[in-house]
Ligand binder design. Structure first.
Ligand code: ATP
Length: 367
């Protein structure tokens, strides 16, 4: 196992494009870190710098405290799984799994033992004689993962390994990878644009946007205490609802419905007077009807989506759109007025200019 330290890491590509800005992270031994963010935000670039496949333009990268910027990929003792599985098409599953160990000159009987053990962990025992083309996407993915874990390295890097699988296979592989991580204990960095993968697999999540780290935290932290509008909107499904409004003497109006924010803003109400703020709440945190210690709003039901264990209600509050998550037996008729409450503890306020969260006087959701 290894620990990794990234200090002010930057990537400037030869064409001058600055893809990663001052990336700082300490990955502890055995930690499962997920880089998440929209396409082009610099996740893969950062991972490739860790792997030694891409030069680090500025900053320091350390493995177990030792400066590793100039180390080649092999010296870093890293295993990497790519989106394209990169299997050898002319080799059987057995040989694909064994190849890396053979190159290292490991004894044949040790290789056989490890191949069998790895195949067992990944449910590939019955497929060892097959060529990759005779496997399903999920099975190929398992071979790719197997080829990495068989080497027993301290650092495991994965770049969107599940993106070629269908939705069901993704869910299965998600839990399998988590389980393999538990068994191998390798420090893992996993890249995805899928926030559900990030939330379900990570010890800590690094949320990125346009080359900048937005927030690093546990799944609970980024969900309950997002630092800015971007993180709040990216983590959570359906995303957080946002309404922009101007604060006037401690209150905002949303389609002429006045919400007094003083209980949350306290002394800060004066500082934000006559400024635009963004009022945020998650679809799953609302309560239908009237509840104490909550803000009350009424919307017109535009669309409903029955999902089985819950339902999404799309509403209009004047010109503002919002989504509410409710129990299936609470699905309203279309076009009716739907009153709902947002408990104070689940309201987020953001400075509309900086888009940073405003610290509020309210019971903390996460301690
Ligand atoms: P995706 O999820 O689409 O893979 P990503 O977050 O992994 O996205 P990167 O592949 O790291 O994003 O790319 C970050 C930015 O760097 C993108 O804007 C990309 O166009 C740019 N980029 C990547 N490789 C190069 C290169 N060789 N030269 C110049 N720019 C590059």
């Amino acid at each position: 196992m290894a620990y990794l330290t990234l200090t002010n890491i930057n990537k400037i590509y030869p064409n001058g494009f600055h893809a990663v800005h001052d990336f700082n992270l300490e990955a502890e031994k055995g930690e499962f870190i997920v880089f998440v963010g929209p396409s082009g935000c610099g996740k893969s670039t950062t991972l490739r710098m860790i792997a030694g496949l891409e030069d680090i333009s500025k900053g320091e990268f350390r493995i177990n405290g030792e400066l590793a910027n100039q180390w080649g990929p092999r010296e870093r003792e890293i295993a990497m799984v790519f989106q394209s599985y990169a299997l050898y098409p002319q080799m059987t599953v057995y040989d694909n799994l064994a190849f890396g160990l053979s190159l290292q000159g490991v004894d044949e009987d040790v290789i056989e033992e490890r191949v069998k053990k790895t195949a067992k962990i990944l449910g590939l025992t019955d497929y060892l004689d097959r060529l990759p083309r005779a496997l399903s996407g999920g099975q190929r993915q398992r071979v790719a993962v197997g080829r990495s874990i068989i080497r027993k390295v301290g650092i495991f890097l994965m770049d969107e390994p599940l993106s070629n699988l269908d939705a069901k296979q993704r869910v299965t592989m998600r839990s399998e990878i988590t389980q393999i991580h538990r068994e191998t204990g390798a420090t893992t960095i996993y890249v995805t644009h899928d926030q559900t993968e990030a939330m379900t697999m990570a010890d800590r999540i690094v949320v990125m946007k346009a080359g900048y780290v937005q927030q690093i935290g546990t799944p609970r932290e980024v969900y309950f205490n997002p630092k800015n509008v971007f993180v709040a909107g990216f983590i959570g499904e359906p995303p957080m609802n946002f309404v922009r409004s101007r604060l006037e003497r401690g209150s905002i109006s949303i389609d002429e419905q006045v919400l007094n924010l003083k209980p949350l803003l306290g002394d800060k109400a004066a500082a934000y007077d006559r400024k635009e703020i963004i009022f945020g709440f998650r679809p799953e945190h609302i309560v239908l009807g009237h509840q104490e210690n909550a803000f009350h709003l009424t919307g017109i039901v535009e669309l409903t989506e029955m999902l089985g264990d819950n339902a999404n209600i799309y509403i209009n509050i004047g010109d503002n759109k919002a989504i509410l998550k409710v129990e299936p037996h609470d699905i309203p008729e279309l076009d009716v007025e739907l009153p709902f409450s947002i408990p104070y503890e689940f309201v987020y306020l953001f400075d509309a200019e900086t888009e940073n969260v405003i610290d509020l006087d309210r019971p903390k959701s996460v301690e």
